[in-house]
Design a protein around this ligand. Sequence first.
Ligand SMILES: CC(C)(COP(=O)(O)OP(=O)(O)OC[C@H]1O[C@@H](n2cnc3c(N)ncnc32)[C@H](O)[C@@H]1OP(=O)(O)O)[C@@H](O)C(=O)NCCC(=O)NCCS
Length: 220
Amino acid sequence: MPATIPTLREGHVSIRPVRVRDARALERELVQNRSWLRQWEATSPHAPLSFDARASIRSLQANARSGQGLPFIIEYDGELAGQLNVSGISYGSLSSATIGYWVAERFAGKNATPISVALATDYCFYQLGLHRMEICIRPENAPSLRVVEKLGFRYEGLRRRYIHINGEWRDHFCFALVTEELDTGVLRRWLDRDVPTDAATIPQADRDAAANPLPIARRR
Ligand SMILES: CC(C)(COP(=O)(O)OP(=O)(O)OC[C@H]1O[C@@H](n2cnc3c(N)ncnc32)[C@H](O)[C@@H]1OP(=O)(O)O)[C@@H](O)C(=O)NCCC(=O)NCCS
């Protein structure tokens, strides 16, 4: 079921569908913010990193047409600030999706990401009828861990060598929300300062585990 991609706003921040004509601006941001983004960038174990923004947008749009994704541009005061992708949308008995995001360094610390995540999650829950939204974050990514903490995403666990990031399989802490945890939606709950303070707390045992790499079996 292909979903329409809406434009959603709160204060200075809006999210809107990515367009092919965003390619040049996106490419510029990706190049200028290379050192800011590289450490957290999803890579492929089978292909080199591509800077072809046009091809990447077309692939996101094809994914959206097949009903599996919602590719958004994050804007701050109307200026392109970053991207938020809802991916892995599944309906039926799972009714779940995953969110990934980045903003350019000059927009960091302005709440652009938590507002965007809240807008996208509320849309997925209350317009698309999804039940669960997931966000997975590398243990070292303190700013991103702060985003899920602000919004009260609930810590679910450590996933070993889960996503290929910056050239390696990396451990991730996984967080999620299901609709039953919310009365008024993610954005409203945050604006009303009604977010549970300890939902995103990571148990010390998982922090300790993440500090030690998973032993890799030696191939014979
Ligand atoms: C993670 C990221 C998306 C957060 O976005 P954001 O819009 O800045 O989010 P917030 O405004 O809520 O800031 C979150 C925290 O980042 C930290 N922060 C703020 N300004 C910062 C800066 N200039 N540099 C580094 N960290 C900063 C603060 O701890 C802030 O928490 P606070 O608001 O309680 O002070 C952004 O840092 C980013 O794009 N990083 C690179 C890509 C990335 O990590 N993507 C996510 C992969 S899971």
